[in-house]
Write a protein that binds this ligand. Structure first.
Ligand code: UDP
Length: 483
């Protein structure tokens, strides 16, 4: 694959708000600049009062080589209440920001050749048409999730009643069926607005000239094949799909994180369990207590990023990450911090996850299975305890445990009840002490190597990105912008 003539391309990438969305967009932008020599402008739909995101965007290692345009925040407070779900809020934010997106794009449009929108920004695709830009959707997740999303409008017509009440799994042509309990959050209640937003997103993907996914061939072969070749599914998709990942952050150690790495330096190889629930995940007070006791009783080393309790499986802190670190002793079991002083580290609110996962002392990751966290774990060769909470995390957990064999999980879904301390203890010991953990570690090492290969020059993900860029180039040369 040649990428010499791609050096004169200028691509805009539009990100929805939320750290878990901005990170993969910045990572994609950086890869396009560094590896494919493309000029990139990132447009970020911002929310009022979100200092962590602003900090992240401006932090040097992520934004150095990118032109970053922040779309001014919009006020949607009149459109939402306490019950408005996260997907609905995101879609409302993006919808309200569209005039700002349009003017920002117009301001550089003479120089842009393509617009890549993230999964929550598909409503901006018509703006790409107005400006005669080639348009892609970037889904920073896996192909199985993409298959479910594009096929959901068909399921909507074929299936009556709530998906979660069904006994049989949902069939997606050519793909592994999705168990009703594993459906993505917006499919949990077909009467909620976020379901309608999700259906619109699925249709939106298919209006693009191609779908970019943060996955790679070896991790997702069945669903990728189905999206491309299954007669029914590929017709619904209606265009090419590109597996361009796994794209993950590569951050450098900075002042302030020394304490964690210094502690890790003193621990034996692969002996520490890292516990974190992404940028937005929270646990109930009761679950925090059981998790704390489980960690303590396991007598295994740990680093736990702790947030104040909220409703179980909540994504309520999605927009407010890093704020409001209350006194941890208010919600951790009495004496826990003192008793585990020599066993583990408890970090309030936020830790530099990739530094922890790449450290040789880290031997397992108890994770909510957000796709960024999943990729960061796999690419560092760290097996997981899957603890899905929201979004598409239940699907991810099933893929990790049942297909890839690189994770174990509690017997019941953490969103369906409290996982007791005894089970936590057993999972932790299995991960760090028993043969099963060792076998998972061996399997995840193979995936780590295959991920490196996919991203290397002439690897499958590298070639896939080149194909997408060639498509932009050809459409520009032919002035064939609109699908
Ligand atoms: N993250 C981090 N420190 C934390 C929590 C999260 O660095 O304490 C980063 C993590 O490395 C990942 C992102 O935030 O890149 C979370 O994305 P993911 O898709 O895993 O979950 P989401 O936050 O979208 O639920």
């Amino acid at each position: 694959m040649e990428n010499d003539n791609q050096s004169n391309l200028h691509i805009g990438i539009l990100s929805s708000p939320g750290i878990g969305h901005i990170i993969p967009v910045l990572v994609l932008g950086n890869r396009l600049v560094a590896v494919h020599n493309v000029k990139v402008t990132v447009f970020v739909v911002t929310t009022a009062g979100s200092p962590t995101e602003a900090h992240l965007i401006k932090s040097s290692d992520m934004a150095n080589n990118l032109n970053i345009v922040e779309i001014p925040p919009v006020d949607i407070s009149a459109l939402i209440d306490d019950n408005t779900k996260m997907v609905t809020q995101l879609c409302l934010l993006v919808r309200a920001a569209l005039p700002g997106v349009r003017s920002a794009l117009r301001a550089v449009s003479h120089g842009l050749d393509a617009l890549v929108v993230d999964l929550f920004c598909t409503e901006a695709l018509p703006v790409a048409d107005e400006l005669k830009l080639t348009k892609f959707v970037y889904v920073p997740s896996n192909a199985w999730f993409v298959a479910l999303t594009v096929y959901c409008p068909v399921l909507d017509k074929e299936i009556a009643g709530q998906y979660v009440d069904r006994e049989k799994p949902l069939e997606i042509p050519g793909c592994k069926p999705v168990r009703p309990e594993d459906v993505v959050d917006p499919m949990l209640d077909r009467g909620d607005q976020q379901y309608r937003e999700y259906l619109a997103q699925g249709r939106g993907y298919t209006m693009s000239n191609g779908i970019l996914m943060n996955t790679w061939e070896d991790v997702d072969p069945g669903s990728l094949k189905a999206l491309r070749e299954n007669e029914t599914l590929s017709k619904v998709v209606g265009g090419p799909v590109f597996a361009i990942g796994p794209l993950t952050r590569n951050i450098e150690e900075r002042d302030g994180y020394g304490m964690i790495t210094q502690w890790l330096d003193k621990q034996p190889r692969e002996s520490v369990l890292y516990v974190s629930f992404g940028s937005g995940g929270t646990l109930s007070g009761e679950q925090i207590t059981e998790l704390a006791w489980g960690l303590e009783l396991s007598e295994q080393r740990f680093i736990w990023v702790v947030r104040p309790p909220s409703e179980c499986g909540s994504d309520k802190s999605f927009f407010t990450t890093g704020q409001g670190a209350d006194d941890m002793s208010d919600y951790l079991p009495e004496g826990f911090l003192t008793r585990t002083h020599n066993q583990g580290l408890v970090v309030p609110m936020w830790a530099e996850q990739t530094l922890i996962l790449r450290h040789q002392s880290t031997g397992g990751f108890l994770s909510h299975c957000g796709w960024n966290s999943t990729l960061e774990s796999l690419t560092n060769g760290v097996p997981m305890i899957a603890w899905p909470l929201y979004a598409e995390q239940r699907q991810n957990a099933t893929m990790l445990t049942e297909e890839l064999g690189v994770a174990i999980r509690p017997t019941k879904l953490p969103t369906k009840g409290v996982v007791a301390r005894e089970e936590v203890m057993k999972l932790v010991k299995t991960m760090l002490q028993y043969k099963e953990g060792k076998e998972m570690r061996e399997r995840v090492q193979k995936l780590r190597i295959s991920a490196e290969k996919a991203l290397s020059t002439e690897g499958s993900s590298y070639n896939s990105m080149c194909e997408a860029l060639d498509m932009i180039q050809q459409r520009r040369d032919l002035k064939l912008h609109i699908k």
